[in-house]
Design a protein around this ligand. Structure first.
Ligand SMILES: *[C@@H]1O[C@H](CO)[C@@H](O)[C@H](O)[C@H]1NC(C)=O
Ligand SMILES: *[C@@H]1O[C@H](CO)[C@@H](O)[C@H](O)[C@H]1NC(C)=O
Ligand SMILES: *[C@@H]1O[C@H](CO)[C@@H](O)[C@H](O)[C@H]1NC(C)=O
Ligand SMILES: *[C@@H]1O[C@H](CO)[C@@H](O)[C@H](O)[C@H]1NC(C)=O
Ligand SMILES: *[C@@H]1O[C@H](CO)[C@@H](O)[C@H](O)[C@H]1NC(C)=O
Length: 603
């Protein structure tokens, strides 16, 4: 008992970081759901399914209370701007639901525009309340908040008694400390299974050994690992687990595993292990073939799709792997030691398919990313040309997961599939990207890609909190623009398809005759006072600058100039369609028409 209690305590106190995915509600859910998660140990559990055809989400919330219970969708994780469903099962056993809206940290008001949450059923048992309810993803109601693709902010709360509707003051009671929040991608959650599922499998780990983390703001630590020599025949990893030292959850920012090109050779007795910058040249053949990764806020256990495994050992040509750890130590603490790393679970039998990883976006460099300060919406586009996918297998590849990644200023990352000049669908849209909560998203449906397909990738940045320019680079305060996809069958010559601004673009912009170095670009831009006009011009520069497109694998990138980013017929814009059957385009049109009429009448 004592032990169970302390585990629960730890889980509760680390809730935002550790997901202890055990469901504790004693009430079985009314139906089966695609997703479930614990919101708070022994207090709150949530199940949900998304119906993409209906654009609707069905939730089931269980909370250990016989009073009112509430779930909200919030823009930033607090109450401000949150759309909240407050519900209870009354003394007659009837479910009551109120659609509410919070304009700040005060009692949310009844949403008096439209009722967009619908109670389906509910019951009380063993001191818990269970209620099933639904909502459209986008209700088009200004007193709601859209459930965007990407990472959503959920808030929950509960009271100890039901509001008494027979009293004039029969309103909800204050929740006090009975509340919590959770960041989770509702539309693309890759529910981590229970670790028990892999309990009988062979494993191996690549970790640091009590590494003394430098007392500097950002550390990139690089360590080369060799495929375990006891794996004499090829094996498949079917899941991996990030092993983050519990004491260092504040320190480990992200971890990326790169495959070194088969041509890479190392002194086996002296494998590189230290600051990445100290080994930059040695690691060149290990620096762009990203395999799996994890970043802050993500789940620790990652299971691969059932039909595919990640090959390792035996005759698999990749022999060396680079484990890159990014430590974020803004308080410059010294004496912190870390042994974090990654564990692989190996299946007993090979699976049908082998997994590969494909990264889209831009290079993480000054030449690719230079973002002015105090801009709300700075757009950096990138394009992967149809030439790059010419060698995709004729039967296509199947993409199953997406791992979008930027640093602090990123707010949206998306990639669209472009076929014959037409945007077919999003590969993945992290419309609501949250740097502090990064996930490996499971695509709602796997997506097939064929030779000749192209991809447009966009990263959108908000630099309103910055005083100076933000550069592309690896430090936390630098920016990146990456969208990494898991797919099968694996191709061994295609890891990355990305862009960087072409040297000619920089020469023209800076009015110099020689290709400027990164340092020269930085010196030149550092002097600029960013007026609104200049910021606008800089966005224009990014919209029209020629790019160098590069694709392939490390050491063997193909490169091609892209004079202008190709245009394509875009996806139809998402228009709101609320229950009256009107839509906002129409309403805007109507308002404009009325306004014009007014002008005519008045003149
Ligand atoms: C979505 O809803 C439609 C209409 O109710 C239903 O026919 C379909 O099976 C649902 N899809 C899923 C995945 O539940
Ligand atoms: C570019 O540089 C040349 C020579 O340094 C100068 O003559 C020209 O005026 C400059 N053009 C602009 C637009 O600054
Ligand atoms: C930047 O401004 C300083 C002082 O205003 C000047 O001395 C320097 O030459 C400028 N640097 C560049 C690269 O324009
Ligand atoms: C539909 O949307 C319009 C515009 O947002 C809003 O004024 C109207 O009240 C909505 N009607 C219903 C029934 O949702
Ligand atoms: C929204 O209204 C506009 C104007 O009437 C119409 O052209 C458009 O097709 C409507 N969109 C949808 C999704 O109903």
């Amino acid at each position: 008992m004592m032990w169970a209690y302390s585990v629960a305590q730890i889980c509760a106190s680390l809730l935002l970081i550790y997901q202890c995915n055990a469901i504790t509600s004693p009430i079985p859910p009314f139906v089966e759901y695609v997703h479930s998660t614990e919101l708070q140990t022994n207090v709150a559990d949530l199940w949900w399914s998304v119906n993409d055809t209906q654009q609707e989400i069905t939730f089931e919330l269980h909370i250990r209370s016989l009073g009112w219970i509430a779930l909200g969708i919030s823009p930033a994780g607090g109450m401000k701007g949150a759309d909240i469903a407050i519900m209870w099962v009354d003394s007659q056993g009837k479910v009551v639901l109120q659609d509410r809206y919070a304009s700040g940290e005060s009692k949310p008001v009844i949403d008096d525009t439209t009722q967009d949450w619908f109670a389906l059923q509910g019951r009380e048992q063993n001191g818990w309340t269970a209620i099933q309810f639904k909502r459209l993803l986008d209700t088009c109601d200004p007193m709601d908040y859209t459930i965007k693709s990407g990472t959503n902010n959920l808030i929950f709360a509960y009271g100890l008694v039901d509001p008494d509707s027979t009293q004039s003051n029969g309103d909800i009671t204050y929740h006090d400390t009975r509340r919590g929040s959770r960041r989770i991608p509702l539309r693309s959650y890759n529910d981590p299974p229970s670790e028990d599922k892999f309990a009988n499998l062979e494993t191996f780990e690549w970790r640091l050994d009590n590494y003394l983390v430098p007392s500097t703001d950002t550390t990139y630590h690089c360590k080369i690992h060799k495929a375990p020599s006891h794996l004499t025949t090829r094996r498949h990893s079917i899941a991996n687990k990030m092993i983050i030292d519990p004491a260092n959850v504040d320190l480990v920012h992200h971890l990326l595993l790169y495959e070194c090109d088969p041509a890479a050779v190392f002194d086996e007795k002296n494998l590189p292990d230290g600051l990445c910058d100290d080994f930059a040249e040695k690691l060149e053949l290990c620096s762009s073939n990203i395999a799996t990764g994890w970043a802050i806020g993500g789940d620790f256990l990652l299971e691969f799709p059932q039909e595919a495994g990640y090959p390792i050992g035996g005759d698999f040509p990749v022999k060396y792997y680079l484990l890159q750890m990014h430590y974020d130590n803004p308080r410059l603490q010294s004496g912190r030691r870390d042994s974090s790393g990654i564990r692989f679970y190996l299946s007993n039998e090979l699976r049908q398919q082998e997994l590969g990883f494909l990264t889209l976006g831009t290079s993480s460099s000054v030449k690719a990313l230079a973002i002015p300060p105090k801009v709300n919406n700075f757009i950096v586009d990138s394009y992967c040309l149809p030439e790059a996918t010419q060698n995709f297998p004729k039967d296509g590849i199947t993409v199953t997961a997406a791992f979008p990644h930027t640093h602090l200023q990123g707010k949206t990352v998306w990639s669209k599939l472009i076929r014959n000049g037409v945007a077919v669908q999003y590969l993945f849209n992290a419309d609501a990207f949250d740097f502090n909560y990064q996930f490996n998203h499971r695509l709602p449906e796997p997506i097939k890609l064929y030779p000749g397909d192209a991809f447009a990738t966009r990263c959108v940045y908000n630099t309103m909190n910055k005083e100076s320019i933000t550069w592309g680079g690896e430090k936390t305060k630098n920016e990146m623009c990456l969208n990494m996809f898991t797919y099968y069958p694996r191709m061994n010559d295609m890891y990355m398809c990305a862009t960087v601004n072409h040297p000619s673009a920089w020469k023209k912009q800076m009015n110099v005759s020689e290709t400027p170095s990164s340092a020269a670009i930085q010196r030149w831009l550092q002097n600029i006072t960013w007026t609104p006009e200049l910021k606008e011009q800089w966005q224009q520069f990014y919209n029209s600058a020629p790019r160098r497109g590069f694709y392939g694998r490390s050491g063997q990138f193909h490169s091609k100039e892209i004079k202008v980013l190709p245009s394509y017929k875009d996806l139809p814009s998402e228009t709101c369609q609320n229950s009256t059957g009107t839509n906002q385009t129409f309403n805007l049109f109507l308002m404009l028409a009325l306004f014009c009429q007014l002008l005519i009448v008045n003149s």
